[in-house]
Design a protein around this ligand. Structure first.
Ligand SMILES: Cc1cc2nc3c(=O)[nH]c(=O)nc-3n(C[C@H](O)[C@H](O)[C@H](O)COP(=O)(O)OP(=O)(O)OC[C@H]3O[C@@H](n4cnc5c(N)ncnc54)[C@H](O)[C@@H]3O)c2cc1C
Length: 445
C-alpha cells in the first residue's frame, strides 16, 4: 500500500463537510454523510499518508497474517466512490472555530460548514529516566500506527532482544506480532497480571501460559525505572524498579492511549480528558462534531461517562455524527464495551462489566458464573436477572457469543428466556426469525 497523493490547494478552500481523521470514525462519517447528501463537498485530512486501514490489524501485519493491501478498511475506490477530497500525509495544525477554518501543515487553509474531529488516540508515554524519545531512531517505539509496525518490521530480526512495556491489549498484541520476528521478548506489566482491564486472574493466566510457552518472559508486578543507552545513544537495557536489568535493542512502549484533543487547544470546545459531546455527537461549539477514541462516551454498562477506545464505538459515533452533519435527526445513546479479538490463537470476547471482586459482587447483588474446560474459560456477570458482562475465552465458548451479546445489549431478563440459556445458549429458545438474526453472531464492523 503506497502512500496516497494528497490534493494540494494553496488558497482558502471552502468545504461543506470537513473530517479530520481517516480511520473508523472518519470513514463511518463519510459513508453516513453521503447517504443523505450526494453532492456537498467533503474533505478528509489525515497525517497518516495511507488509504484508510484497520488499526487493530497492525499486529497481524507483524505476524505475517495480513498484508498492507488486505488491511484496507475500505476498498480501493472508496474516496472516488464517495467523492472525497483527500489531504493525506498532512497534519491539521490549527483550528479556528470563529473563522471556521483549519490550517494544515502544508499551509492549506480549509473553511468548513460542518467539522468532524475524528482524531483518535495518542500513545501514552510516561517519563522514564534516560529513555530516548520514541520513534526517533534510538530503538524506542510506540505501537499504534501502521508506521510503527513497518518500522519494527524493518528493525527486528531473529537476534534482536525486545522489551515491551505494557501488558494490556496493545502491548500483548505487539508481543504476539513481534514473536514472528524474534523469540527474545520480555514483557513488563505493572499490574499483577497481564490484560488486567480485560481479564480476571484465571483467564489472564491462560493467555500468560500461552505466551510463555511461545518463549515470552513475562514480568508482572514490575515497572521500568530507567532506560540505559549505549555510546550510540541507542537503547541497550532497561532497569526494573526491583533492580533487575533486562538487555534490549528495541523497547516498545505500549502502556495505553489518551484521547487526541490537540486541535481543541485555544478553542471553546469543552474537554474533560476527551472531547465532550452530546447525543448528536456535537461538541460544545455549534457545527463542530467529534467521534471515536478522542471523545468521552456514554458507557451503558454502568451509565458512566468515559473513554471507550474501541473500534465499533468509533464507527457508531462517526455514523451518527455524519448523519447529523447532513441534516438528519439522529442520536447516539451510548455503547457497551464489547471486544472480539484473539491472543496466540485463543479467541476472546469480552463485554460489559467483568472485573470486580467477590466482595463487590456480594455488595451489589451480582451473581458470577464461571465455567472452564482446559484453555476455554467463561465468566458471566449477572445483576437484576440480566447479563451485565462476560468473558469468553477459547472457541468452546466464543462460538455462541452472538446470543450472549444480544442478551446483554438488549438487557433481556434471563427469566424470560429460561435459565438454560446460560448453560447452553441454544438458539431454539427463540422463534425462527429471531434465530436467523442472532446466528449472525458478533460481527466486526
Ligand atoms: C494494536 C491495536 C489493537 C487494537 N485492537 C482492537 C480490538 O481488538 N478491538 C477494538 O474494538 N479496538 C481495537 N483497537 C482500537 C481501535 O483501533 C480504535 O478504537 C479505533 O481505531 C478508533 O478509531 P478512530 O477513528 O476514533 O481513531 P484512530 O483510528 O486513532 O484514527 C485517528 C486518525 O486521525 C489522525 N489524526 C489525528 N490528529 C490529526 C491531525 N491533527 N491532523 C491530521 N490527522 C490527524 C491520526 O493520525 C489517525 O490516523 C486497537 C488499537 C491498536 C493500536
Amino acid at each position: 500500500m503506497s502512500p496516497l497523493k494528497s490534493v494540494s490547494k494553496k488558497s482558502v478552500t471552502p468545504v461543506k463537510y470537513l473530517i479530520i481523521g481517516n480511520s473508523a470514525a472518519g470513514v463511518a462519517a463519510v459513508e453516513s454523510i453521503r447517504q443523505y447528501d450526494k453532492t456537498g463537498t467533503l474533505a478528509v485530512v489525515s497525517d497518516e499518508p495511507w488509504h484508510t486501514y484497520s488499526r487493530p490489524l497492525i499486529s497481524y501485519l507483524l505476524e505475517g497474517k495480513t498484508t498492507q493491501e488486505k488491511m484496507r478498511y475500505r476498498g480501493d475506490s472508496f474516496y472516488e466512490k464517495y467523492a472525497v477530497d483527500t489531504y493525506l500525509g498532512v497534519h491539521a495544525e490549527k483550528l479556528d472555530t470563529k473563522k471556521r477554518t483549519v490550517t494544515l501543515s502544508d499551509g492549506v487553509v480549509l473553511k468548513y460548514e460542518k467539522l468532524l474531529l475524528a482524531t483518535g488516540s495518542v500513545p501514552f508515554v510516561p517519563p522514564i529516566s534516560g529513555c530516548p524519545a520514541p520513534n526517533a531512531g534510538k530503538g524506542v517505539y510506540t505501537f499504534i500506527k501502521l508506521a510503527d509496525a513497518l518500522a519494527l518490521q524493518e528493525t527486528v530480526t531473529a537476534s534482536t532482544q525486545v522489551v515491551v512495556i505494557g501488558g494490556g491489549l496493545t502491548g500483548v498484541k505487539a508481543t504476539e506480532g513481534l514473536l514472528h520476528l524474534t523469540k527474545n521478548i520480555s514483557l513488563v506489566e505493572l499490574a499483577p497480571r497481564i490484560l488486567p482491564n480485560a481479564l480476571d486472574t484465571a483467564a489472564s493466566d491462560i493467555v500468560k501460559r500461552r505466551l510463555e510457552s511461545a518463549g515470552v518472559t513475562i514480568n508482572c508486578d514490575a515497572s521500568v525505572s530507567e532506560v540505559l543507552t549505549g555510546a550510540d545513544g541507542n537503547v541497550s537495557s532497561v532497569r526494573l524498579s526491583d533492580g533487575r536489568t533486562i538487555p534490549c535493542d528495541v523497547l516498545v512502549i505500549s502502556i495505553g492511549v489518551r484521547p487526541n484533543v490537540e486541535l481543541t487547544k485555544g478553542t471553546d470546545i469543552a474537554v474533560e480528558r476527551g472531547i465532550l459531546i452530546d447525543e448528536t455527537c456535537q461538541t460544545s461549539v455549534p457545527d463542530v462534531f467529534a467521534a471515536g477514541d478522542c471523545v468521552v462516551s456514554h458507557d451503558l454498562t454502568d451509565d458512566s461517562k468515559r473513554i471507550l477506545a474501541i473500534l465499533p464505538n468509533a464507527y457508531q459515533q462517526g455514523k451518527t455524527a455524519g448523519a447529523v452533519m447532513a441534516g438528519q435527526d439522529r442520536t447516539d445513546k451510548g455503547a457497551r464495551p464489547i471486544n472480539a479479538t484473539s491472543f496466540i490463537g485463543l479467541p476472546l470476547i469480552t463485554a460489559g462489566k467483568t472485573s470486580l471482586t467477590a466482595e463487590q459482587a456480594t455488595e451489589q447483588g451480582i451473581t458470577i458464573i464461571v465455567d472452564s474446560e482446559g484453555e476455554n474459560y467463561r465468566k458471566l456477570v449477572i445483576q437484576n436477572d440480566r447479563i451485565i458482562g462476560f468473558i469468553l475465552l477459547g472457541a468452546a465458548y466464543t462460538k455462541r457469543a452472538g446470543i450472549l451479546t444480544d442478551l446483554l445489549n438488549r438487557q433481556v431478563p434471563l427469566s424470560s428466556v429460561g435459565a438454560g440459556v446460560l448453560q447452553t445458549p441454544e438458539l431454539l429458545l427463540f422463534d425462527k426469525a429471531e434465530r436467523l438474526q442472532r446466528m449472525e453472531g458478533v460481527r466486526s464492523i
